[in-house]
Design a protein around this ligand. Structure first.
Ligand code: AHM
Length: 339
């Protein structure tokens, strides 16, 4: 008997994808389901953050020297917990943790994947009710199966990701993930507590009218970036300018909007912080992977993000990401100034 139902849940979708690969083990589907479960738990806590005493600093600082909010700790433990208890992940790296966590048990040592994540990006926005998110990237481990995973598994180029995604805890909660086959978005249906396919096969528009950057840092940016920002503000019949400036200060929200509507997001290096603020492994690589699958581009201003060979877990990188044609326009300005 066929069931007449239009909406696929996250689990149904990943299993459907699996059916196309008869030799697939299902480990990636399991891992994505685990992440979906942790996301639902974090969503519940984020939604009641204004009500319960979960707000405020946990009283410690993370390895970046930033204040850790309680929800950061909660989210970190949830994602680490589901991946540790699952069957697909040999270890994790988290923006909140100094070092990788190797699960090192019989099941995990035989698992195919490792996962890097930022459990709660934009957490400085929690207490003012602005959307925040989780970002993750999944890599096939390169260390020998049957043994504990190693740091090399985590220090792979972004291009080696097999899947990457994010969860946005917003007016509705969404999970977007990409594999090489496409990027798809799932909205959490609170009535059944399931992520359901709402944005199939996401394509980032080639052109956009939104630019997102912290204008407060304008005079600290390199000349090419300043020139591009200037051009965003000018009337331009060819590219539809002037563009609209939108900057939430919560990257998941800013990049999600630009991915759907078209636009460019920039976190350039500054005079005092030449590598900018964002972390290559936890923030830039997953988004770079998603945007490329969706037809957009991501660079550090000089090279493709996904080609960068990471040297350390918490390294930062300037970050430019968005619609293909807006990125091309940016690159013209950057090249002119770098000559
Ligand atoms: P966080 O790791 O403390 O959450 O910071 C990351 C966030 C990004 O989501 C956002 O794009 C950026 O910091 C905003 O930084 P700024 O306030 O310097 O513009």
């Amino acid at each position: 008997m066929s069931v007449n139902r239009k909406v696929l849940t996250l689990d149904e979708f990943t299993i459907q994808q699996l059916r196309d690969f008869p030799n697939a083990t299902g480990e990636l589907s399991n891992l994505l389901r685990d992440i979906g479960l942790a996301a639902k738990r974090v969503n519940v806590e984020v939604n009641k953050a204004g009500l319960v005493d979960i707000l405020g600093d946990a009283g410690t600082t993370n390895v970046q020297g930033e204040d850790v909010k309680k929800l950061d700790v909660f989210a970190n433990n949830q994602f680490m917990g589901v991946l540790r208890h699952g069957i697909s992940c040999a270890g994790i790296g988290s923006e909140e943790l100094d070092d990788i966590v190797i699960f090192d048990d019989d099941v995990s040592n035989n698992s195919k994947y490792v996962c890097l994540f930022d459990p709660l990006d934009g957490s400085g926005n929690i207490d003012v009710n602005v959307s925040i998110g989780t970002i993750f990237g999944v890599y096939r481990r390169i260390s020998e199966k049957g043994k504990p995973c190693t740091k090399e598994d985590f220090l792979q180029q972004g291009i080696k990701q097999v899947a990457a995604g994010y969860i946005i805890y917003g007016s509705s909660t969404m999970m977007v993930y990409a594999t090489r086959r496409g990027a798809n978005g799932f909205t959490l249906d609170p009535s059944i507590g399931e992520f359901t396919l709402s944005h199939p096969d996401i394509k980032c528009p080639e052109n956009g009218k939104i630019y997102s950057v912290n204008h407060g840092n304008f005079f600290l940016y390199e000349e090419g970036v300043k020139m591009y920002i200037d051009s965003c503000q000018k009337r331009n019949k060819t590219n539809g300018g002037p563009y609209t400036q939108r900057y939430i200060g919560s990257m998941v929200s800013d990049v999600h909007r630009n991915l759907i509507k078209g636009g460019i997001f920039m976190y350039p290096g500054t005079i005092d912080r030449p590598n900018g603020k964002l972390r290559l492994l936890y923030e830039c690589n997953p988004f770079a992977f998603i945007i490329e699958v969706a037809g957009g581009k991501a660079t550090d201003g000089k090279q493709r993000i996904l080609d960068i060979q990471p040297e350390s877990l918490h390294q930062r990188s300037p970050f430019f990401i968005g619609s293909r044609n807006m990125m091309a326009e940016l690159e013209t300005h950057l090249k002119k100034k770098n000559k």
